[in-house]
Each structure stands twice: as structure tokens, then as C-alpha cells.
Design a protein around this ligand. Structure first.
Ligand SMILES: C[S@@+](CC[C@H](N)C(=O)[O-])C[C@H]1O[C@@H](n2cnc3c(N)ncnc32)[C@H](O)[C@@H]1O
Length: 372
């Protein structure tokens, strides 16, 4: 079977590395997402273990398609009944390349029509209801350049929803992006880690789970595929085994992981998130403003995303404090995800690497420094 793991823009390279490390040797670099081949249980494993992938999709079919009628006719030939019975609910979504000239909502509607018409033919007029909020099965079609690819989404909720976050805080970064950034920064999971503006602690928790080899999906009560029609008791046993294996492989070993913030109340959120991820008392959380931040000479990875949309006068002061704090991080590698280059204007060493990324809809850059 062919799977496709979707990636946030700019994270494809580290996602392909991660998937290969997880044993999916056929994973290959591709813009927007990473394809790999495997058995159905490999798709389940990917849901449980990818830290960086946003969704894991199963490719059901790929066809030439020039118009909406062809999308409908092709979709009707696919074996939806293996995954969806008339008693279950479903939802359809679509991407239509601008060159198709079609609104993606209409494309999704044609896909929905194809699925329910096929069901009516096969099940004496019975058909599935549509549920936008909480469908059992999610179907997706990607249409562009004369080709339509049909997918089922194994993940259900997107995979950044790990299931451990109890509270947000101001602009928390997505867990999947935090994990990608740790990998882009070449962290080895062993060097001490510091986020000096840690907010709700996403970098810290993701770093700790990775270092301790805790599967990121282990907190999720279930994935989308666990509601599919073909997910029988044997499949549930396999999934229990995969979860058990993942639990046994967790080491619990952590390097020193420290989070600081100006705001004591967000550190309470970070502590609550850490606790919910099984890391109670494992992170050092301290109320330290940037202007008091310094390094003790230990080589660590410093990783952070400063606040967005800061008023101009406050921004100037913040960026000065950030630049000065970074320049005091002697012997550290520093990785900063920033939405504006001004944020970095007081850092007086050349970057060793830059990666364009997107934090939600915001264009950002991850800039990496080695501080002498
Ligand atoms: C965008 S948020 C970080 C979000 C975090 N990565 C998360 O996932 O929740 C920026 C954080 O910087 C903190 N902050 C702002 N100015 C600061 C300063 N001068 N010293 C330390 N922390 C500061 C804010 O309190 C806020 O929690």
C-alpha cells in the first residue's frame, strides 16, 4: 500500500529522515509530504511514531482526471465499502490546483456524491451520513495537472494534537513543528536543552518525549483508522501490541531540559502540559526574564520562538534583550523561529543555517547560530 505523510512547508527533509529512521526505507523526499510503501500496519505505526508528520494518508487510487465528472466517475470505482459502511459517517475534503479552475468545495462535493451513489447501489439505497465535526472516515482528493489522487486519512485529528496538551498559552507552536525544529537544529536528544521564552513548553515537552523515546501518539485515545469498517478485533489486537511495544521502548532518560519565561503563569501551563505527558517534575521551569538569562559554559541547544505582533516600542526593547541574551549563550547552538528578521538584528554572529518555515499561516525563518 502507498502512504503519504503530509508535512508543514520546509519540514519535508527532516520528515523523510525521521520516517527512514522509523524503518520506512522507501520514504522519499517530495515537496508537501513524504510517500512511502508498506502494509496497512505500517500506516498505523507511522501515526503512532511520527513526531513531524501532520497527517498519514492511505492512497486509494490515482487516475487521469480533466474535469469534475471524471473525478466523480473515478471515485465511484474505488472500494469505499472496505472502510465505510452506511451506518458510519464520513467527510470529504479536496485540494484543487488553481489550473483546474474549480472550487475545492465543489470537488469535495463530487467526491461525496460518488461515495454515496456507490453505497446506494451496493446497499439497497442505504448511505452514510456526512459529519463535518467528527466523521468516522475522512476521504480526500488531490487534483492537479490532469491527475486526481484519492486518499483516506488514517490520522483522524491532525497529529499535532498529541493528546497531552491541557492548555495553550500565548501562541503555542504546533507540536509537529516544534519536533521538526529540534531536528532541523540537529539536536541529538542528549545535549541539554533550554527554551528561554518557553510559554506553554512545547519545545521542552517534545524534546523530552523524543529524548526518552516516548512515542508521540501514545497519548491519543485513538486514531482515525481505528473507526474504519475494516478495523476488526484482530486489527485492534495488533494496535494494542504496537502501543505496548512503544510503551516498553520508552527509556525515561532525559538530558537537562530547562524552560524559562517572564510570565510565571505560563510556566504553570508548561508544568501542567509536562505532567500530562508523563513528565511531572522532569523539566526545570523557572521565571527568568531574558535580560537575566546566561549560560554556564555547558554546551546546550537553545531553542525558542519569540512573541509575534509585538508593538514597535516594546519590540525594540525585546529584540535588544534577545540579542544580548543570545550573545551570552557561550558555547551554545541557538535556534530561533522568528516571523521578522528585525527580531535577530541584535545578534552579532553570522548564522550557520537558515530554514524558511511556516508557523500556521505565518511565514517564518528558523535561524541557527553557534555562539563562540
Ligand atoms: C510565542 S510565545 C512562546 C510559545 C511557546 N513556544 C509555546 O509553544 O507555548 C513567547 C513567550 O515569550 C515570553 N516572553 C516575552 N518577553 C519575554 C522576556 N523578556 N523574557 C522571557 N520571556 C519573555 C512570553 O511570556 C511568551 O510566553
Amino acid at each position: 500500500m502507498e502512504f503519504y505523510v503530509t508535512a508543514a512547508p520546509g519540514t519535508e527533509r527532516v520528515l523523510v529522515d525521521e520516517l527512514r529512521d522509523l524503518g520506512f526505507r522507501s520514504a522519499r523526499l517530495n515537496s508537501g509530504g513524504i510517500p512511502f510503501m508498506g502494509e496497512l500496519r505500517d500506516g498505523w505505526k507511522a501515526c503512532l511514531h511520527t513526531r513531524i508528520g501532520q497527517r498519514v494518508m492511505l492512497v486509494l487510487g490515482r487516475f487521469p482526471a480533466e474535469n469534475l465528472d471524471q473525478i466523480y466517475l473515478r471515485a465511484k470505482t474505488l472500494p469505499w465499502e472496505l472502510y465505510l459502511t452506511p451506518e458510519q459517517t464520513f467527510a470529504c475534503a479536496a485540494y484543487a490546483h488553481p489550473s483546474t479552475g474549480e472550487n475545492p468545495d465543489f470537488v469535495a462535493l463530487r467526491l461525496k456524491d460518488a461515495i454515496v451513489d456507490q453505497q446506494r447501489d451496493r446497499f439497497n439505497g442505504a448511505r452514510s451520513g456526512v459529519s463535518r465535526e467528527d466523521p468516522d472516515v475522512r476521504a480526500f482528493v488531490y487534483w492537479g495537472r490532469g491527475k486526481a489522487t484519492f486518499y483516506l486519512d488514517l490520522s483522524g485529528d491532525p497529529l499535532f494534537k498529541r493528546g497531552y496538551r491541557v492548555a495553550g498559552g500565548e501562541a503555542p507552536i504546533k507540536e509537529t513543528l516544534a519536533a521538526a525544529i529540534l531536528r532541523l537544529a540537529d539536536w541529538d536528544g542528549k545535549a541539554p536543552l533550554l527554551d528561554p521564552m518557553c510559554g506553554s513548553g512545547t519545545f521542552l515537552v517534545e524534546g523530552a518525549l523524543w529524548a526518552a523515546n516516548v512515542a508521540p501518539g501514545i497519548f491519543r485515545p485513538r486514531f482515525g483508522f481505528e473507526r474504519w469498517a475494516n478495523f476488526d478485533s484482530e486489527a485492534a489486537d495488533t494496535m494494542r501490541q504496537l502501543r505496548g511495544e512503544a510503551r516498553r521502548n520508552a527509556t525515561g532518560q532525559l538530558p537537562k531540559i530547562t524552560g524559562c519565561d517572564l510570565d510565571a503563569s505560563v510556566l504553570e501551563l508548561a508544568a501542567a502540559n509536562a505532567k500530562s505527558a508523563g513528565l511531572a517534575g522532569k523539566l526545570a521551569l523557572r521565571t527568568v526574564p531574558l535580560r537575566e538569562q546566561r549560560n554556564d559554559g555547558v554546551r546546550r541547544l537553545v531553542v525558542t520562538n519569540p512573541p509575534y505582533g509585538v508593538r514597535l516600542d516594546a519590540a525594540n526593547q525585546l529584540y535588544q534583550e534577545l540579542g544580548a541574551a543570545v550573545m551570552r549563550m557561550h558555547n551554545c547552538r541557538v535556534a530561533i523561529l522568528a516571523g521578522t528578521p528585525r527580531c535577530l538584528s541584535n545578534i552579532h554572529v553570522p548564522p550557520v543555517a537558515k530554514f524558511p518555515l511556516k508557523n500556521g499561516a505565518i511565514d517564518c525563518q528558523l535561524t541557527i547560530y553557534e555562539i563562540p
